[in-house]
Design a protein around this ligand. Structure first.
Ligand code: ZN
Length: 158
């Protein structure tokens, strides 16, 4: 049934147990293991076992399972003895977004107030008109998804 035995995908290799990983969680569909270049102690990856390059290839049900496991892992971070009063959940979808391994994965990065995590992001505060324009673009994107029912009370045209 597995077609990944000759795949060069490193996460498929972990799913097939032919590559090493420091595993944290596993169920029938999802696994979680430590990132090998952690941003903070406890930084791990939550990964669907079935290969999907990015979100455009990920089935909605697989996405739901991915988030359910991510939620569980983020709660586990807080319940652990690692420094982590909170966590960043972060999924890079596509090369333009910084995705480097092309098998969908969610980062769970434990955060504490005094950790060394940093970001070069510029947290701009655009004017409302710009926010509205972007929101309209996103609603149009939602409308293009066949499985999504348009949100009531949000018109995409005005
Ligand atoms: Zn893969």
């Amino acid at each position: 049934m597995s077609s990944s035995t000759t795949s060069p995908c490193q996460f498929c290799a972990i799913a097939a147990d032919t590559a090493a990983a420091s595993r944290v969680y596993e169920d029938k569909h999802v696994m979680a293991f430590m990132d090998t270049q952690p941003a903070t102690p406890g930084h791990l990856l939550v990964v669907p076992k079935e290969h999907a390059r990015d979100l455009s290839e990920l089935a909605p049900k697989a996405g739901a399972r991915l988030f359910r496991a991510t939620h569980l892992i983020a709660r586990a971070v807080r319940a652990s003895d690692l420094p982590g009063e909170g966590a960043i959940l972060f999924l890079a979808d596509g090369a333009a977004a910084g995705q480097e391994v092309f098998h969908v994965h969610m980062h769970v990065i434990p955060r504490s107030k005094r950790d060394s995590f940093g970001s070069d992001a510029v947290w701009a505060k655009p004017p409302r008109a710009e926010l509205d324009r972007v929101a309209a673009s996103l609603r149009a994107g939602l409308s293009a998804l066949t499985e999504v029912t348009p949100l009531r009370g949000l018109s995409s045209g005005s």
